[in-house]
Design a protein. Structure first.
Length: 324
């Protein structure tokens, strides 16, 4: 009975993703992506029949591809794994916020809270939360590519040979755990700093419960990042913001491409780390991984292969040391 209730509750929660502004597949974000896709379509093919538009947006060879089917299944299975295991081991925001605020008080001493308008506090907190979140997303994403054992887990995401809005959920549970910890640390740091400066009356500027800037980012085509629809903002804008096309470049099967454009919303982090690639610099992308030895032909293989590969690396290093 407990298992049935557990499954039922989590399946219901999955459907609630479409009604949650903090989720990428929130229905308003999907509608906005659909509208932007229509703009791309009619710019490229202004004389085409409207009936062909749906074939352009929802091609069967993409949405029914085996890779896409894995995305749908991983969405469900990862949700169940997260619900079952993460509450036991996840960091929580409150202790981090309290610890950081106490540390700042120890270093800089006790002080009166800054007396500014409630809107100023809200704006400061909203901006800091967004910047912290965007930078830590970039940093973890960068490490997932650059640290060899982390890359084994991130390969699951990059093994997608077609992209759909559900590819955002194509990830290994270990990676999901790291991102969950990152979120707790990020939010805790933002709350801790804001609390030290302004006191406990903190509130974020939000739209339907989502950070203002995150809402705008998702509204401007975030779901097209994982899609076949090429939407570039142009060189000037892409110097500051990551366009959907730039993220598609990141999913290229060429290493020089998928080791670039790690950012989520802001491009400044990639420019600082010299990993920035403009969409105009790339043509004819093929998605997936160049390493043909990777077998992600099933979800089970996606789950256990990273552990097997890491174990093989450790064993090889031990053998090398023994022969030295």
């Amino acid at each position: 009975m407990f298992i049935l209730d557990f499954l039922s509750a989590n399946i219901q929660e999955l459907f609630s993703f479409f009604d949650d502004a903090n989720k990428r597949v929130f229905w308003i974000y999907l509608v906005s992506a659909f509208i932007l896709a229509s703009v791309v379509y009619y710019q490229k093919k202004p004389t085409q029949k409207p009936s062909n538009f749906f074939k352009f947006v929802f091609p069967k060879n993409i949405y029914f591809a085996k890779s896409a089917q894995h995305d749908y299944l991983l969405l469900i299975l990862n949700k169940l794994i997260k619900a079952a295991l993460f509450p036991l081991v996840i960091f929580t925001m409150a202790p981090i916020a309290i610890s950081l605020s106490s540390l700042l008080e120890t270093i800089f001493g006790q002080r009166e809270f800054i007396d500014v308008s409630p809107f100023t506090i809200m704006l400061f907190f909203t901006v800091v939360l967004f910047l912290f979140d965007d930078f830590t997303r970039f940093l973890l994403h960068y490490l997932l590519h650059r640290v060899s054992f982390l890359w084994e887990f991130h390969k699951v995401h990059h093994s997608a040979t077609v992209l759909t809005p559900f590819t955002i959920y194509r990830s290994h549970p270990v990676e999901n755990y790291l991102y969950a910890c990152r979120m707790a640390i990020t939010q805790g740091a933002a709350v801790g700093i804001a609390y030290y400066l302004f006191g406990p009356t903190l509130k974020m500027i939000d739209i339907l419960g989502a950070n203002l800037f995150v809402f705008v980012f998702n509204l401007l085509g975030s779901n097209l990042r994982h899609s076949h629809i090429w939407l570039s903002w142009g060189d000037r804008v892409e110097k500051w913001f990551i366009s959907p096309a730039q993220h598609q470049v990141h999913h290229s099967n060429l290493p020089r491409h998928h080791h670039s454009n790690f950012g989520s919303a802001l491009a400044i982090w990639d420019r600082w780390f010299n990993t920035h690639t403009k969409a105009s610099e790339v043509e004819n992308i093929t998605f997936g991984l160049p390493d043909k030895t990777i077998d992600h032909s099933s979800v089970l293989k996606m789950y256990y292969q990273p552990f097997r590969n890491i174990g093989a690396r450790i064993a090889n290093k031990r053998q090398q040391k023994e022969h030295e």
